[in-house]
Design a protein around this ligand. Structure first.
Ligand SMILES: Cc1cc2nc3c(=O)[nH]c(=O)nc-3n(C[C@H](O)[C@H](O)[C@H](O)COP(=O)(O)OP(=O)(O)OC[C@H]3O[C@@H](n4cnc5c(N)ncnc54)[C@H](O)[C@@H]3O)c2cc1C
Length: 254
């Protein structure tokens, strides 16, 4: 395992003068993008959900005001420093006919890389699917009424090979661990399918999941704000709907 450092990227950037440097908008990626931007006396466009190149100009789209609006922006200086939300692009099928030149850069280091030495990488013992990598997420909020009721979401999640997420209300109540929290102060996710159960759709929750490709909301309140971002909405009691949904999926898999 190698740790990519600020100083290595700066050295490489100063050597090859790229037009754009892309980072993943993870906690570490955003941290690195910001410090590399400062090191190159330019700004970083963080947490973008799209990037296009047209007529030699780079344009990005990024959520602002906790996801309430999306802005289109262009970098004013080169290199453009851009961090992109994980999973915003579908992975392409590798084309073996194509090749790309790979250049090995011998960049001068500043000595700080000696301060940390990775001795061993141990895989997590749990089989839990990481929220930010999951293709499908089944998430529960205060409407779940208690930690014991997440069992029905876990059952649904296991049928769909999905991860289980939660709103902050559920995490603050101690029903789920903080690592499961989706939203402004939790994780930003971009799955193919996000199933929100008993989640009202507060702006801080939407900030973490509104770029999901398909959102299904189950809520007994027809005026819940989650329905404004949902592609499919079911108005009703989740304790009736989730088991019916799980049974239907089970049947379709047999
Ligand atoms: C600075 C700051 C940061 C924050 N960060 C986050 C964050 O990262 N993530 C986050 O999620 N929140 C965050 N919040 C909190 C956020 O504002 C909301 O309070 C929270 O998201 C509400 O969670 P909820 O939707 O589970 O609960 P509620 O808003 O209470 O909604 C519960 C929903 O469940 C529905 N319901 C109840 N019973 C049933 C049933 N039987 N069947 C179907 N539906 C039912 C209700 O109709 C309701 O819509 C933050 C707040 C602040 C101020």
């Amino acid at each position: 395992m190698r740790i990519i450092r600020h100083s290595q990227i700066l050295a490489a950037a100063n050597k090859i003068k790229p037009d754009v440097i892309l980072f993943s908008a993870t906690l570490n990626g955003k941290d690195l993008a910001g410090s590399v931007g400062a090191g190159l006396s330019t700004s970083a466009l963080q947490d973008c959900v799209a990037v296009t190149l047209s007529g030699g100009k780079i344009t990005v789209r990024k959520p602002v005001y906790a996801g309430k609006a999306i802005i289109t922006a262009q970098p004013l200086k080169n290199p453009a420093i851009i961090s992109l939300r994980p999973k915003v692009f579908p992975a392409l099928v590798p084309d073996q006919a194509k090749t790309a030149p790979v250049e090995r850069l011998d960049v001068a280091l500043d000595g700080t890389e000696q301060k940390i030495k990775v001795k061993e990488a141990i895989k997590s013992a749990t089989k839990k699917i990481e929220l930010t990598e999951a293709d499908i997420i089944v998430s529960g909020g205060r409407g779940m009424k208690g930690p014991e009721n997440y069992r029905i979401l876990e059952e649904l999640a296991s049928l769909l090979n999905a991860a289980v997420g939660a709103s902050r209300a559920a995490v603050d109540a101690g029903w789920r661990p903080h690592e499961d929290q989706v939203g402004q102060t939790g994780k930003t996710v971009c799955p193919t399918l996000y199933v929100a159960c008993g989640i009202s759709g507060a702006i801080q929750h939407l900030a973490g999941m509104s770029s999901s490709k398909c959102i299904v909301a189950i809520n007994k309140d027809p005026d819940a704000p989650i329905f404004k971002v949902a592609n499919y909405g079911v108005v009703g009691d989740l304790f009736e709907i989730v088991p019916v949904l799980a049974n239907a999926i089970k049947k379709s898999q047999n």
